[in-house]
Write a protein that binds this ligand. Structure first.
Ligand SMILES: Cc1cc2nc3c(=O)[nH]c(=O)nc-3n(C[C@H](O)[C@H](O)[C@H](O)COP(=O)(O)O)c2cc1C
Length: 314
């Protein structure tokens, strides 16, 4: 059976405009939204409507919720589950110290009972698929990870995504994919693996390994065509499609989508985030990133982007 390929939740990246771009290239099987703060959502801030836009494929989009307070998370989850979406994901993996300090993200992994109680409270509020994204934990302790995940499973979690790094590990240390296969053997529910996939070839390789689904983050921003490439390679009558799409046009298309689907106050930060990865396709990408970072609005970004290609730098 074909394994689902997912877009990872990424703050300021996994939003509607980017999903639209991925769909241009053929899309993927599931889109996890950028993390949505339960507290901010309930406070009804002016920007929340942009976070809960599940377009263009709500039936494939999962809202990811982050928070520390069980009451707030429960209310946020109940609200989100009433919108059109594919499921609700609870963030138990965010390692950012400022988030962890509040008791949110990976802080949930410090206490099995607290995490179990959260799932038992939100479970009756979610009619769609309830999932959790997590890391190995605070220590390299596989038994603890097994007990943690079994508790989540017992409380009704239907899918676990493991980003197999310790909470304290940054991207420099490679993801320990062997944990994905090992934890999968201990659970009845499906396990998605995530971490360090660089291109479509590697995505195909991971999908062929011991996991039930594969999630891709940064490489999907660098290569928004990664999923369709991998799906093509996985299909029985696959043809070689290794040529790289037009980079300049793809960048312009992303800017159009950003202007259409995100509010002006998000434009600059989201463009900088995107091009921070997408420029890696270019020979002088680092130089271009520095230039883009100096711009103050979307039209400045577009001008610098177009100028780069006019210069004949590529
Ligand atoms: C810019 C950025 C933002 C992220 N934001 C989130 C987030 O909102 N929620 C989450 O669970 N993980 C978040 N992550 C982690 C990714 O979902 C993923 O686990 C990680 O990048 C490893 O996958 P990759 O190697 O395919 O990028 C973020 C990662 C990056 C690079």
């Amino acid at each position: 059976m074909k394994k689902p390929l997912f877009l990872a939740p990424m703050a300021e990246l996994s939003h509607r405009a980017f999903r639209e771009l991925l769909e241009d290239f053929g899309g993927c099987d599931g889109y996890f939204s950028e993390m949505i703060s339960a507290g901010a959502l309930l406070a009804g801030g002016p920007n929340e409507k942009w976070y809960i836009d599940a377009g263009p494929k709500p039936e494939k989009t999962v809202f990811q919720v982050i928070g520390a307070d069980m009451g707030q998370i429960s209310q946020a989850v109940a609200f989100l589950d009433r919108l059109e979406c594919a499921g609700i994901d609870i963030n138990m993996g965010c390692s950012a110290p400022l988030i962890r300090k509040t008791g949110a993200g990976a802080a949930w992994m410090a206490n099995i009972d607290r995490a179990g109680e959260l799932i038992s409270r939100v479970r009756p509020l979610v009619k769609r698929r309830l999932s959790v994204k997590l890391r190995i934990g605070f220590k390299d302790d596989f038994d603890y990870l097994v007990r943690f995940c079994r508790r989540l499973e017992a409380e009704g979690t239907e899918l676990i995504t493991l980003h197999p790094r310790l909470v304290t590990e940054k991207f420099k240390r490679l993801a320990r994919w062997e944990y994905v296969g090992r934890i999968r053997q201990e659970l009845k529910i499906p396990v998605a693996g995530n971490g360090d996939i660089a291109d479509a070839k590697e995505l195909v390789r991971r999908a062929g390994g011991p996991c039930d689904a594969v999630m891709v983050g940064r490489a999907a921003v660098r290569q928004p065509w990664i999923f369709s490439r991998a799906q093509a390679a996985l299909s029985p009558n696959s043809q070689d499609s290794s040529s790289v799409p037009n980079i300049e046009k793809t960048g312009i298309r992303f800017l159009e989508l950003l202007a259409k689907y995100q509010p002006p106050e998000f434009h600059l930060s989201r463009a900088i985030r995107f091009f921070g990865f997408f420029c890696d396709n270019l020979k002088w990408g680092n130089y271009l990133k520095t230039k883009l970072n100096r711009e103050k609005n979307l039209s400045g970004i577009e001008r610098v982007w177009r100028d780069y290609f006019k210069d004949g730098s590529e």
